[in-house]
Design a protein around this ligand. Structure first.
Ligand SMILES: Cc1cc2nc3c(=O)[nH]c(=O)nc-3n(C[C@H](O)[C@H](O)[C@H](O)COP(=O)(O)OP(=O)(O)OC[C@H]3O[C@@H](n4cnc5c(N)ncnc54)[C@H](O)[C@@H]3O)c2cc1C
Ligand code: SF4
Length: 332
């Protein structure tokens, strides 16, 4: 039995101060990932700071035309919010492609960003795992790696980040708002999650005691031409093998703006703004363009046995999502 202290946060600065001044403190929001990890004995917090009474439950318009999503907005409330489903449909679709209605009613925006990998070895304290226990090894590289990464891997770890929501937010160029003992800061979602490198135990750039307060979406939501395609082992209640969030702005058949991210392939949503600028913007919205883009974005992909099929699945899913986005709303 692991004893831990339970505290309800009354304000952000008090919660950040409490968590930064002790070891082993975890924030808890919906609890849909953290409580499982505690029950499996993967994590052993000394104290839980419950964030649920903080005023972070709102979705508000921003003066520059975007939207601010409070960290405690549930996945259900976010997906079904009229502004999100009308202006950022790929985000609604991505969230509704994940988990189950019951889980989405509890899971929060901040918690979804910080959910841990679904690598089976990470959840089993009886076996080695560099992410759970640094320096013990990575059995996934020669073992059960069907859902694991093909890009951005390291010798230490080949885990994937399992979120659907984050893939759409990456394509939308979302900004994560954070507060902590050293004050407030804004982190582009593209820079929020880390690649595993030498330290797979560290998932994000958050420092000790930092709390996610909100996620900001820019005004551009790709409402006219967007898609979220998720390929998985079951039609519902399954994590992505490959997912793609694709948003395009098209004028007279040519792409003027693009945001494209992949899930299920790496330790973070996989996006390259540089390749979008070079290979999508200014190009005709057609299959030749998709082909050149997918070839470059997936360059260097490597399978580890069970997940070799992703090397073929990723490019076709990417092309399918771009094709769907380009032709959204068209009648045949
Ligand atoms: C059976 C099952 C199936 C699932 N399927 C999918 C799926 O298909 N797609 C998908 O995307 N997800 C899926 N999920 C994951 C689910 O979306 C996450 O568990 C959920 O989003 C986590 O949110 P939470 O609020 O419950 O987080 P919690 O469990 O409360 O917390 C998760 C982590 O975030 C930290 N945290 C929470 N809020 C904050 C904050 N504001 N600031 C700082 N730290 C914070 C906690 O300390 C903890 O480390 C599934 C989960 C389960 C159990
Ligand atoms: S892939 Fe990462 S999470 Fe999975 S066993 Fe290896 S080190 Fe652990």
């Amino acid at each position: 039995m692991n004893n831990f202290q339970y505290v309800r946060a009354a304000d952000l600065s008090g919660a950040a101060q409490f968590a930064s001044s002790r070891d082993g403190v975890s924030f808890i929001a919906g609890g849909t990932n953290l409580v499982d990890l505690m029950k499996y004995s993967v994590v052993h917090p000394t104290a839980l700071v419950d964030l649920n009474r903080l005023s972070l439950h709102e979705i508000t318009d921003r003066p520059e035309g975007g939207v601010r999503i409070g960290a405690l907005v549930t996945n259900s409330n976010l997906a079904y919010h009229p502004v999100i489903s009308a202006r950022y449909p790929m985000l609604s679709r991505a969230i509704l492609a994940g988990a189950s209605p019951q889980l989405r009613n509890k899971a929060t925006t901040g918690g979804n960003l910080l959910q841990r990998t679904r690598c089976v070895y990470f959840y089993d304290p009886a076996v080695p795992c560099n992410k759970r226990e640094p320096g013990t090894g990575c059995p996934a590289k020669e073992g059960a790696n069907r859902i694991l990464a093909i890009l951005g891997t390291s010798v230490q770890c080949i885990a994937t980040h399992p979120s659907d929501m984050c893939v759409a937010m990456a394509a939308l160029s979302a900004i994560v708002q954070v507060t902590g003992p050293s004050g407030d800061r804004s982190v582009p979602l593209a820079d929020f999650h880390r690649l595993p490198g030498e330290h797979p135990e560290i998932d994000t750039v958050l420092s000790k005691g930092e709390i996610i307060t909100a996620v900001d979406l820019p005004a551009t939501g790709f409402a006219g031409n967007s898609a979220y395609v998720k390929v998985r082992d079951r039609q519902s209640y399954a994590f992505a093998l490959i997912s793609v969030a694709a948003g395009l702005e098209i004028v007279d058949g040519f792409i003027t703006h693009a945001g494209v991210a992949l899930g299920g392939v790496a330790h973070k949503p996989w996006r390259s703004a540089e390749l979008e600028q070079r290979l999508l913007v200014g190009k005709p919205a057609n299959r030749n363009t998709w082909h050149d883009f997918q070839t470059a974005l997936l360059d260097g992909a490597q399978g580890f046995g069970e997940n070799d099929f992703k090397l073929k699945l990723a490019p076709v899913t990417l092309v399918r999502a771009l094709e769907q986005a380009a032709h959204e709303g068209e009648t045949i």
